[in-house]
Design a protein around this ligand. Sequence first.
Ligand code: MG
Length: 399
Amino acid sequence: MNMPQPGSPQVAARPSIPAVRITAVRAAPLFGESPKGGWSAEIKPEDSIHAIIAVHTDAGITGYGSVFTDGRLAEAALKVLEPLFLGENALEPERVSEKLHQNTFWMGRGGTLTHTISGIDIALWDILGKVTGLPVGRLLGGTYRQRVQPYCSLLMEEPARMRDVVADYRAKGFRAFKIGWGPFGRAQDVKLDEAIVRAAREGIGADAKLFVDAGASDALWPHGLKWAMRSAEMLKDYEVGWFEEALRPDAIDDFCHLRRVSPVPIAGGEVLTRRQSFIPWLTRGALDIVQPDVTKVGGISEQRRIAWMAYDFGVKYIGHGWNTALGVAADLQLATAFPDVDLVEFIGGSPYVDGILAEPFTLDAEGYLSIPEKPGLGVEIDPDKLARYTPDVRSLLAP
Ligand SMILES: [Mg+2]
């Protein structure tokens, strides 16, 4: 073995990178085109449930992130967090985010502050990538893949319309689909539930992947374990790849039971925030697939740790950051850094995903998305496009 000799120039010394200081963090709430959630209290155009975050620095480099909460809450959280992040080194995302978490735990950890730290953390990873010239996935430890399959997430519809909607997205190139929320379960009609799933399977064809999301984290979900067990049996007949949020989001004992008896894999976890919240779900074996949302859970730093924890428990990780192009971009970078990530959520027909980037995401011939290889998140916001969905894009982008 050739050992480097002492003093030999085996590796050229790199000049150290000076600190890049945070000078401002701004939020831009998105309005007007929030995708319908299928919630019992449906989202209105004047509601803001997503916000873009910009972290500005003294190096003139700006990082971007995304937060899944009401924009007013994100703006208030930034005011609270400001003394903690101003002047911090933007090249240390995990340390800075942990500082924000640990200094605010008494103000309601897991809520608005955690959501907002998520957007800051994503933006800090973006900055670290831009300064080092590396995509975030490389910074997270490696590149397992160059592309990943997006599953097209669509609201449940009445059967005839469901068939048409999924067929339309199939024609656009998607080969994996998730249908969720809407009348499924809420109409209290198991025959209708089955008819919707059958119509979706017919619309996408036998060769496409199909997943079903009951959306039981909705307000006043009417069903319990027996409904979920019966529905899981039905889904098996349509080759459904997982059953998501089949139970109320805190019903961990029922999730544990359902996972053991269900013939289809059980998925959930989108409403959990903070890595610590995932510990009982993993140690107790409540899920086959865990779906943290990078724009809520604490950002890339937190999601990376949850995904590795899940991996070591034999649980599959699939990201839920579908809500803006920046959430998707973060999920794509995470998707390259883990051995077994074969899917990423991608909502069909959202202007916040398709309509704010200089180069929108496009599917390849097999229905996959390339994982950007440019520095940082590898995507670029188009200010003119973004201005359609937020009233003051200038103050977001102003250093
Ligand atoms: Mg869901």
